[in-house]
Write a protein that binds this ligand. Structure first.
Ligand code: FES
Length: 125
């Protein structure tokens, strides 16, 4: 199963208004992640407007059916962040459960985890 990186494209960092730019930080980060994920087998990206973590933007989620979901935040739109997120997503893809050992975490994602969600089992009723 593919691992999907869902990137909030409406996130704005606290200094966004001061920078006088039109593009949101989320859009800028999404572009960098999309570029970093180009040609990476097993990882795809999508954008979503607001993941409801607005105070800690930029936010994203790493998901795959049947695996743990990870929500991350407080990213700036930087190439090293984007590359680290894609590297983490690739490790999530390679993992049977979605759990990635700490020793395999790219430096760029450390300190950015917001939550981990367990697999949602299908209804049996
Ligand atoms: S605007 Fe990105 S989480 Fe709300």
């Amino acid at each position: 199963m593919t691992t999907t990186i869902t990137i909030c494209d409406t996130c704005k960092r606290p200094d966004w208004a001061d920078r006088g730019i039109e593009k949101t930080d989320g859009e800028a980060l999404a572009e960098l992640i999309e570029q970093a994920a180009l040609g990476v087998k097993g990882v795809k990206t999508r954008r979503h407007s607001c993941l409801m973590g607005c105070g800690k933007g930029c936010n994203l989620a790493i998901q795959s059916p049947g695996k743990l979901t990870y929500v991350m935040g407080d990213f700036a739109a930087q190439t090293d962040s984007a590359e680290g997120v894609v590297e983490y997503a690739l490790a999530h893809h390679a993992s049977e459960t979605g759990q990635v050992p700490f020793r395999a975490w790219p430096a760029a994602v450390k300190g950015h985890f917001v939550s981990r969600l367990p697999v949602l089992e299908p209804d049996t009723e």
